[in-house]
Design a protein around this ligand. Sequence first.
Ligand code: NAD
Ligand code: MG
Length: 409
Amino acid sequence: MIDPDKVSRLTASDADPDSTADSAPRRVTVLGSTGSIGRQTLEVLRLFPDRFRVQALTCGSNIDLFVEQAREFQPSCVAVGNRERVDACRSRLADTDITVVAGPEGLCEAASQPADIVMAAIVGFAGLAPVLAAIDTGATIALANKETMVVAGALVNEALEASGSTLIPVDSEHSAIFQCLAGETMRTVEEIILTASGGPFRQRPAHTFADITREEALDHPNWDMGAKITIDSATLMNKGLEVIEARWLFDLAPEEIRVLVHPQSIVHSMVAFSDGSIKAELGVPDMKVPIQYALTYPDRWPAPYERLDWTRTASLDFETPDTDRFPCLRLAYDALKAGGTAPAVLNAANEVAVRLFLDGEISFPAIPEVIENTMEAVAGPAVSDLDELNAVDAEAREVAKELTLPAAD
Ligand code: NAD
Ligand code: MG
């Protein structure tokens, strides 16, 4: 959980932002460095070679890119999630001093290397254990992996409390809210407003949803992201996951989190205060901006990203989301209100359904159906540790898969 009072006490330093003499380089670990957020994180690090040092990197299976990254950034440790790819990685880095580890324990080992900041950019439930391992070291967590907060918000908050580490959101909406809260106190927050692009099917009639192809769903109007989050954006599950993420990051009730569709993605999110004031954070949609903010917080370092051109920003539109056509958003609110393990079940079923859709096994409208049916079949009280959560996740995945199998004769 983010304590805005604590956040407000941290102020940007007066040091010359171009000076490298004021402090040692920040040691950064990037979990999921071969993904969309991971690659953009490395782009940000490249802009400030004297001010950051890469400590560890992790990937799933993409060894070709990973080996290039390791050679360029020279971390002390790298982890390959997929054990079948580790020998290839090890032999291609044999002439270096880099330690290569593998599997889920390897990811946690890399996440535990001494670092100042750990960018959590693995996608899905697989990113949770490494985030918990990184929190245990006391490192600051730059959190892109929203599924971590969805499935284990309470556990993550307890771990943050215990280790004293800080979490800085990277998701553009939560980064916007975090920035709007600087200098404020939660007591005066009436509600937060998460903006959503509406995805590629914002105006598409519901009766054509069964014909939606994988390619159409992967063609997001404003953001270039990994496949899973792009499908989540098309179903509006991404916004649902973000509502749950916001609940745990900012300690808000479901009624205090509103979603508005804003097709231009210029307003990244807003906070409404008790005196009727609303603060918003705006900019060109570019994830490097919130990534850099998380890495340099509480400072802002000058960077050359595209500036908003007001002469070409003719209008900013807002509309209420349509949860009849996009039931995933409603399901996420249902899971949040149900509490316990419901958000973890929602997440597991969604990961399975999105995979099946990407593999051509189920249609687009079947995604919310699988999730809703899984939520009805698997329910439980809150869990108290990662082992119990792993069991819930595994059970929900099994049920979601069974629900999509053709009925036996
Ligand atoms: P991506 O699919 O492009 O990259 C995912 C990374 O995780 C890759 O490095 C991949 O190798 C690694 N990975 C996947 N499964 C793994 C496993 N089982 N074990 C180890 N490593 C594994 O995803 P992305 O778009 O970069 O998103 C990453 C996270 O950031 C997601 O949680 C997403 O919701 C969040 N996020 C992304 C964006 C964006 O613009 N891409 C914006 C906001 C939040
Ligand atoms: Mg987002």
